[in-house]
Design a protein around this ligand. Structure first.
Ligand code: CUA
Length: 311
């Protein structure tokens, strides 16, 4: 299980949120310790002892009443100002001429990533160039999802029929783990993704590779797998460039083998897991919309061999 922590911010936006959280933790923690200290002092000092007289009783103190009413009001006002500042800085306003770079569409239970400049369509892995501020359009194909990469970007809902926008940026190259943060059905917990921030040249190489039509295998199990893909219902849901499959109901598989996981992060992308997934998707992701096609061992092997060619 990858680490997902807001305490390790690696974008200017996440840093703002993290700083506010830490500052509030310190201030509120100090108040907690102060109250705890006073209560402990009172308990020990005024405890019942044999022969001790009852402690002096005090009824009302105007000065104390004013202090503990004004104190919290001032504190809350300060927190309010810092919160508003953080909201502005962690989610800067968008102007009409900011170019949209990426459309992320939440599906039950996977993520579609449409690169609006290049036409690349990816799934469950979002590559971005490091250090660039990208404007994202967030949409949903079915129910409300919520896009969240703790180290990079705040949570933001993906609401059907109501596009939302957010900035995405990473200070350093690396792989960042994202999750869906809004309950969206039985497989909500297995709706994960990765943001892979790369130096510009690497990102462009990745983008070029994603734009290539994968060569069709000409012999062996992989060629048999291609036939199975084309002549079964796979094409009704999935796209593979260069085949009759051109639907976006399930993830685009044109470059499946270049990804690190399958089923939106439910399993590592290995031939063994892919085979298991094709034979019985529910064994990896219960309630997935990927049907069990009752494939024979040979057919599942052939399909695995074919999908493994889709680099
Ligand atoms: Cu999508 Cu939870």
């Amino acid at each position: 299980m990858p680490e997902i922590s807001t305490l390790n911010p690696l974008s200017p936006f996440a840093a703002q949120i993290s700083h506010l959280f830490v500052a509030m933790l310190v201030v509120l923690g100090a108040i907690f310790l102060l109250v705890l200290g006073i209560v402990t002092y009172a308990i020990v000092k005024y405890r019942d002892r044999p022969g001790a007289p009852p402690p002096r009783q005090t009824f009302g103190s105007r000065n104390l009443e004013i202090a503990w009413t004004l104190g919290p009001i001032i504190l809350l006002a300060i927190i309010f100002v810092f919160t508003v500042q953080t909201m502005r800085a962690s989610d800067p306003p968008i102007s009409a001429d900011d170019p949209l770079q990426l459309r992320i569409i939440g599906h039950q239970w996977w993520w579609e990533a449409d690169y609006l400049k290049s036409g690349v369509i990816a799934a469950n892995e979002i590559h971005i160039p490091v250090g660039q501020r990208w404007l994202l359009d967030l949409e949903s194909a079915d129910v409300i999802h919520d896009f969240w990469v703790a180290e990079l970007v705040r949570k933001i809902d993906m609401v059907p029929g109501h596009p939302n926008h957010v900035w995405l940026e990473a200070d350093r190259p690396g792989t960042y783990f994202g999750v869906c943060a809004e309950f969206c059905g039985n497989e909500h917990a297995w709706m994960r993704f990765r943001v892979i921030a790369q130096p510009l040249a690497d990102f462009q190489r990745w983008q070029q590779a994603q734009l290539r039509v994968p060569p069709s295998p000409t012999g062996g199990a992989a060629a048999a797998g291609l036939k199975l893909f084309e002549h079964n219902t796979c094409v009704n849901c999935h796209t593979i460039a260069g085949t009759p499959g051109n639907q976006q109901i399930g993830p685009d598989l044109s470059h499946l083998a270049s990804r690190t996981t399958i089923a939106a992060g439910a399993a590592d992308n290995t031939p063994g897991n892919l085979y298991r997934w094709l034979k019985d998707p529910n064994s990896i992701k219960p309630d997935t919309h990927m049907p069990n096609f009752q494939l024979s061992d040979a057919d599942a092997k052939a399909l695995t061999a074919y999908l493994e060619t889709l680099k």
